[in-house]
Design a protein around this ligand. Sequence first.
Ligand SMILES: Cc1cc2nc3c(=O)[nH]c(=O)nc-3n(C[C@H](O)[C@H](O)[C@H](O)COP(=O)(O)O)c2cc1C
Length: 210
Amino acid sequence: MDASVLWKLTYGMYAIGTLDGARPTGCIVNTVIQITNDHPVIAVSMNKNNFTYEAVKKTGRFTVSILSEHTTQNVIARLGFCSGRDTDKFAGEFFAWENMDGLPIIRENMAGYILAEVLAIHEMESYYIILARVRDAKAGVDYSPMTYKYYHEVIKGRAPKNAPTYQAEEKRDVWICSVCGYIYEGDLTKVPDDFKCPVCKQPKSSFIRR
Ligand SMILES: Cc1cc2nc3c(=O)[nH]c(=O)nc-3n(C[C@H](O)[C@H](O)[C@H](O)COP(=O)(O)O)c2cc1C
């Protein structure tokens, strides 16, 4: 099998928002699709290790913020590379968000949002496939929605191992900020010691080689 063919499937970039008790939490996914059009249903693929899955399962509801090409990298770094298990992702000043019907949505140049209610969950090997009914949806800014291809090719973004479309990439020197998940590519040991994370301003010592 030539697994690289699967890269020709197209995807978007989305932020899932839900609650852990009263605390907002969520993560980045590229796997949201509409699968029926009468009383629309969407499907989302969630890694079993993702805290967001546990929170969605308990809450039974979640939002999908459709990221645009103008959504800042902070949103993806914070929601896509840290876990709600040990990080309060929506605390602090990393990105703008608001409450929508009790659930968090991203305000940072989002192209639109969906409010969804879980209908069924299908267990796969490493993933759960969540089927959810669309209860509300509203358009946001008029910018193009961000595609997964744009994220890879224009923003030069990467996906972590627990993204379903992850494929091993060639070895490169990658450092990750342990506080916010910002990714630095290159040899950080050669960068001056006063280097700070451009997103959360933590010192160079908070970076871990991946
Ligand atoms: C570009 C990108 C795409 C991703 N797609 C998915 C996805 O479709 N499903 C998934 O479960 N995780 C996906 N992830 C990974 C989660 O966002 C990531 O593991 C996150 O840290 C999980 O946080 P949590 O433990 O708070 O849920 C993606 C991440 C990135 C950066």
